[in-house]
Design a protein around this ligand. Structure first.
Ligand SMILES: Cc1ncc(COP(=O)(O)O)c(C=O)c1O
Length: 363
């Protein structure tokens, strides 16, 4: 017997997730000192972690022989204080927001059920849907990457379980207006997952709507503004009925003890958060202004910007940047993104300057 045939048919169709390139990979391929590599391909926080978070993690390290709280109540209370919701509206995942998508899909997907996904966007929605037996249904955005309400509502049918909206959207950086979200929430018989991984860098978010709509899930992460991508902490703000069901199917003890204390300390480190946000807002302006002289730059509410290098080709330009030790994200692997888009994480002032001068040489 060919045991591969035992794999779920929808899983066989999955194209592997393409992550941003790592420092180690580029250092060994191009023989570059890893210390000199500028990594702006995965929207991490270039400030490093909050010192308060590091201190809390160090203090806890001797206690890793014990299981954490299975329902992560202490962390959920701290997230509740940050978001303005009680712990009964908060769920967490020790596998980043990716873990939240996965558990939600496990909770809601049934064979033949559909997720509606406006593209281009973060590719894991598609993988989480397929991996849990569902079917992704794609809808193109307009040329400025805004979602088109009629097109989304047209795709709805009795099999639609989930609509994935990303605000600010990865890779385009634009947010979805509240009135559009309200229109969708009020007119569909499905759940709406709004991915707010980058919300801290925008002027406002949509989490207040969870108080009004029983079909809304707001996904968040500690990986971006809080600088804890390596800890893999994600959470969601949800109606209480979803939190109760989620707690039944999430893997027990999913949030480890070091992440728990690191996350709680990071939530209290207002200075670090302000510094991250200011750095991104200033850097975004710098990149927009300078790269805007060379190519089309899309306005962004996130910690990255998207540029269109046409008639050039994103793959070739990213390769030339890699040779200079600069990692950015070639968006060719994003479904529906075409061949000419590059996403650049906003770095420190010096990193941004290096990126700008590299682009001046290459373009
Ligand atoms: C839009 C979006 N959602 C979710 C994630 C995953 O976040 P996490 O690191 O919490 O898994 C990312 C990661 O880059 C992202 O860009």
């Amino acid at each position: 017997m060919k045991f591969e045939t035992l794999v779920r048919p929808t899983v066989r169709d999955i194209k592997e997730y393409v992550p941003g390139k790592s420092i180690e990979e580029i250092a060994s391929k191009y023989h570059i000192d890893p210390e000199k590599i500028i990594k702006l391909g995965s929207n991490e926080n270039p400030l490093g972690p909050s010192r308060l978070a590091v201190a809390a993690i160090k203090e806890q390290i001797g206690k890793v022989h014990l299981y954490p709280q299975s329902d992560a109540l202490e962390l959920r209370n701290a997230i509740g204080a940050y978001t303005g919701y009680p712990a009964g509206n908060i769920v967490v995942s020790g596998n980043g927001m990716d873990g939240i998508f996965d558990t939600m899909m496990r909770l809601f997907m049934t064979p033949g059920a559909e997720s509606v996904i406006p593209i281009p966007t973060f590719s894991y929605y598609e993988i989480a849907t397929l991996a849990n037996g569902g079917k992704p249904v794609f809808v193109e955005r307009d040329p400025d990457f805004n979602i088109e309400l009629e097109k989304i509502i047209d795709k709805m049918n009795e099999n639609t379980k989930m609509i994935f909206l990303c605000s600010p959207n990865n890779p385009s950086g634009n947010s979805i207006p509240e009135k559009d979200v309200r229109k969708i929430l009020g007119s569909v018989n499905a759940l709406v997952f709004i991915d707010e991984a980058y919300v801290e860098f925008a002027d406002s978010g949509l989490s207040k709507l969870v108080k009004e709509y029983d079909n809304l899930i707001i996904g968040r992460t500690f990986s971006k503004a809080f600088g804890l991508a390596g800890m893999r902490m994600g959470y969601a703000i949800v109606p209480e009925w979803i939190a109760r069901e989620f707690l039944k199917v999430m893997t027990p003890f999913s949030m480890d003890v070091l992440s728990t204390v690191g996350g709680i300390a990071a939530l209290k480190d207002e200075k670090y958060l302000d510094k991250s946000i200011n750095m991104v807002k200033n850097g975004r302006e710098q990149l927009l202004k300078d790269l805007g002289k060379l190519c089309k730059v899309y306005p962004s509410d996130a910690n990255f910007i998207l540029i269109d290098v046409s008639p050039g080709n994103a793959k070739d330009i990213c390769e030339s940047l890699l040779e200079k030790g600069i990692i950015v994200r070639d968006c060719t692997s994003f479904r529906g993104a075409g061949q000419s888009l590059i996403r650049i994480t906003v770095g420190t002032k010096e990193q941004n300057e290096s990126v700008i001068s590299a682009f001046h040489e290459i373009l």
